[in-house]
Design a protein around this ligand. Structure first.
Ligand code: THU
Length: 130
């Protein structure tokens, strides 16, 4: 897995983060199964609960472009320990990827850690089919 294009894209879009309340900028890049790259940044709101995370913004961009299968995700934030996707984002990723989905957590100073969605979100809800 060549993470460089994803990390570069996530680091670039992180500069567009709208985070005046937390001052915590996040950038995310998703690689789709058909080989395309989409990005998202966090978008906060004065009504805090409306805040959109970078990962979900990136997934929405991928879906809007007509793809529904994710192949890899990179998240860049300046955090120690490295910031993994929040619960809502894990649930969203699980909608469009299986447990093998590789997720790279990265920081601007070069720290990196690779995880799988199944490690971060081992027991996703499945809607019973009737
Ligand atoms: N944030 C993300 O963008 N992704 C996550 O998975 C966790 C949190 C953002 C939301 C908010 O703007 C800021 O980080 C602080 O929580």
């Amino acid at each position: 897995m060549d993470w460089e294009p994803l990390v570069a894209a996530a680091a670039r879009v992180r500069e567009a983060a709208y985070a005046p309340y937390s001052r915590f900028a996040v950038g995310a890049a998703v690689l789709t199964a058909d080989g395309r790259l989409f990005v998202g940044c966090n978008v906060e709101n004065r009504s805090f609960g409306l805040t959109l995370c970078a990962e979900r913004a990136a997934v929405a961009a991928a879906l809007a472009a007509g793809t529904r299968e994710l192949a890899a995700v990179a998240v860049v934030a300046d955090a120690d320990p490295l910031a993994p996707p929040c619960g809502l984002c894990r649930e969203t990723l699980a909608e469009f990827a299986g447990p093998e989905l590789p997720i790279l957590l990265a920081a601007p100073d070069g720290r990196r850690r690779e995880r799988r969605l199944g490690e971060l979100f081992p027991d996703p809800f499945r809607l019973p089919v009737r």
